[in-house]
Design a binder for this molecule. Structure first.
Ligand SMILES: CC(C)(COP(=O)(O)OP(=O)(O)OC[C@H]1O[C@@H](n2cnc3c(N)ncnc32)[C@H](O)[C@@H]1OP(=O)(O)O)[C@@H](O)C(=O)NCCC(=O)NCCS
Length: 198
């Protein structure tokens, strides 16, 4: 879905020798993303988060297939030698909202601007696809991603409590000025310009 538009934005150079590459095939993406997730995040079991018992997995097959038909985006950040050093993925949540599910960069490559450069490019792409808003959830002490996203123009829009992930801060990026004004008006906030990244 959206290949012609995506092709005008990606692959994209994040730094000399490192590119963000779209991977449309889900199995190919996960083959490289899972080792990255394991290297970047602590195991969920250590966090005490809920995990679905294996015997109930088959019940979700039909819904999984329905979800697979939706709009998904999957990226690997790759060196010129083909080594994956970072990833980002997410999907359509409603007809105007893209949800950035997870992103990560191996520790040796963090703090070099890779994620923020990817994010700016990705937001511009999502805007052209037609999205009005981009949402993500983060553990409240995940300062790295929260600060990077605030700098990109996201605002805090909620705190969510969920048996799977625990407490999470919800961040939202709004593309249109009228939505940004609407957000400020709805909560009687001073209008404080948020950065634009698209
Ligand atoms: C979040 C993450 C993807 C950011 O990637 P990154 O490529 O290192 O980020 P950037 O270099 O683009 O950082 C952009 C800005 O974010 C802020 N930032 C990044 N890491 C930070 C940290 N550890 N502490 C405080 N601020 C941080 C800084 O303001 C930084 O700009 P600066 O370096 O000019 O000061 C990376 O830290 C990561 O992989 N973390 C572990 C996985 C994770 O938590 N993912 C998010 C879950 S959805």
């Amino acid at each position: 879905m959206f290949e012609p538009i995506r092709a005008t934005f990606f692959p994209y150079e994040l730094a000399p020798g490192i590119r963000a590459i779209p991977v449309t095939d889900a199995a190919a993406f996960w083959a490289q993303a899972v080792p990255l997730l394991e290297a970047i995040f602590p195991p969920f079991s250590q966090l005490g988060a809920y995990t679905l018992p294996a015997e109930r997995e088959p019940r979700l097959n039909a819904l999984g297939q329905a979800f697979a038909q939706s709009h998904h985006e999957r990226f690997l950040f790759q060196t010129t030698t083909g080594e994956a050093i970072g990833f980002s993925y997410g999907d359509l949540r409603d007809r105007e909202t893209f949800f950035m599910t997870s992103s990560g960069v191996l520790p040796a490559y963090q703090r070099q601007g890779l994620y923020s450069r990817f994010l700016r490019r990705f937001l511009s792409y999502l805007h052209l696809v037609g999205y009005e808003r981009v949402v993500s959830n983060h553990q409240p002490n995940n300062r790295a991603v929260i600060i990077a996203k605030l700098k990109a123009g996201f605002n805090v829009t909620a705190v969510n409590l969920d048996e799977r992930w625990g407490a999470q801060v919800e961040l939202t990026y709004l593309f249109a000025e009228d939505r940004r004004r609407g957000f400020a008006r709805a909560f009687s906030l001073d209008e404080r310009p948020a950065g634009r990244s698209h």
